[in-house]
Design a protein around this ligand. Structure first.
Ligand code: FES
Length: 107
């Protein structure tokens, strides 16, 4: 049974764009954002090596803690925020429903 969730992406103008994402395809959040043609480079293809998939989670349900590799990349970002995550390391699961995020690679 397919269950879609809704994730909101806040634009620079402060608007929230609602994205409907499928949870049964094993996608990472980065892949799902890319599929919606959002500006996210994801140069390393999801290996936690480039941080060009950096997002700030502004509102989010409890998610699994970042791995050491993800933490290492995040700690070296000049624009680190309290809710910073690498979107390639987050799976699109029902837990993510209602999350609000901002794309950070260009900030
Ligand atoms: S895509 Fe490179 S760190 Fe996420």
């Amino acid at each position: 049974m397919q269950e879609d969730i809704t994730v909101y992406v806040e634009t620079e103008a402060g608007e929230k764009v609602a994205l409907s994402l499928p949870t049964d395809m094993g996608l990472s959040l980065m892949e799902a954002l890319k599929a919606h043609e959002l500006e996210i480079m994801a140069t390393c293809g999801g290996m936690a090596l480039c941080a060009t998939c950096h997002v700030e989670l502004m509102e989010s349900p409890e998610l699994p803690e970042p791995s050491d590799d993800e933490l290492y990349m995040l700690e070296n970002l000049p624009n680190l925020r309290a809710g910073s995550r690498l979107s390639c390391q987050i799976k699109v699961t029902p837990d993510l429903d209602g999350a609000v995020l901002r794309l950070m690679a260009n900030h």
